[in-house]
Design a protein around this ligand. Structure first.
Ligand SMILES: *Cc1c(COP(=O)(O)O)cnc(C)c1O
Length: 233
């Protein structure tokens, strides 16, 4: 089951990339494991997956520890894809290779401070809020510049790109403009040389819309349900 799901998704990733004239290996699959058991994650590792995404620091902490004992020889990456509270930052920098959800100057400063304490360069993405939805986290586009300038000054953060969560649409095509917009923002940042280095990553696309996201330039797709099935919780 799991193996079939994964091979289906990899096929779809390849096809979507090729439709857009891109190489399939520009797109990383992040298996989203919130509410998924350690056993199922281990199966996914056995099936070849190496990057896992969690929403909550506490839930991730337990899983990462128990999985470490189970699979010692595979280099596994953990990504935080959910909103990060300031009081969890200390743990987040210990656990995660990449944090997708930086959305304020305060959070960036705290991440830098905690990363510095453990002598780590923390890889991060900035989450941008492209819709008016009250419930969505992320920094509004008009506040982005000051955040980027701040991150430029923070020695223990390495900004690799941008992330977004578009609103839900019945018709998938409704999300396309959001994905396109995120790519434009990244390309603008790069052509204006706002950061000391070029941003590469675009974390966008989930189970129901990852193919559209890849057509629009996604370099990381975050997929849960299509791999592990419907979440019970
Ligand atoms: C849960 C979640 C996903 C995966 O969603 P699916 O629809 O199960 O693929 C992706 N990104 C974030 C931020 C999530 O919280």
């Amino acid at each position: 089951m799991l193996i079939e799901n994964i091979s289906n998704i990899l096929k779809k990733i390849s096809h979507a990339a090729m439709r857009a004239g891109r190489s399939p290996d520009e797109v990383k699959l992040i298996a989203v494991t919130k509410t998924v058991s350690v056993e199922a994650i281990k199966e996914a590792v056995d099936a070849g997956l190496r990057i896992f995404g969690e929403n909550r620091v506490q839930e991730a902490q337990k899983k990462i520890q128990s999985l470490k004992l189970e699979v010692q020889n595979s280099r596994i990456e953990w990504h935080l894809i959910g909103h990060l509270q300031k009081n969890k930052v200390k743990y987040a920098v210990q656990l995660f290779d990449l944090i997708h959800t930086v959305d304020s100057i305060e959070l960036a400063e705290e991440l830098n401070k905690q990363a510095e304490k453990i002598k780590k360069t923390q890889r991060v993405l900035v989450q941008i809020k492209l819709s008016e939805e009250e419930t969505k986290h992320g920094i509004p586009e008009e506040n982005l510049m000051p955040l980027l300038e701040k991150i430029n000054e923070l020695k223990n953060l390495k900004l690799e790109g941008l992330m977004t969560m578009p609103p839900y649409f019945e018709d998938i095509e409704g999300v396309r403009p959001y994905f396109k917009r995120l790519r434009e923002i990244r390309d603008n940042i790069n052509s204006l040389r706002i950061m000391h280095y070029a941003l590469r990553e675009l974390s966008m696309g989930m189970s129901n819309d990852f193919e559209v996201a890849i057509e629009e330039g996604a370099t990381m797709v975050r997929i849960g349900t299509a791999i592990f099935g419907e979440r019970s919780k």
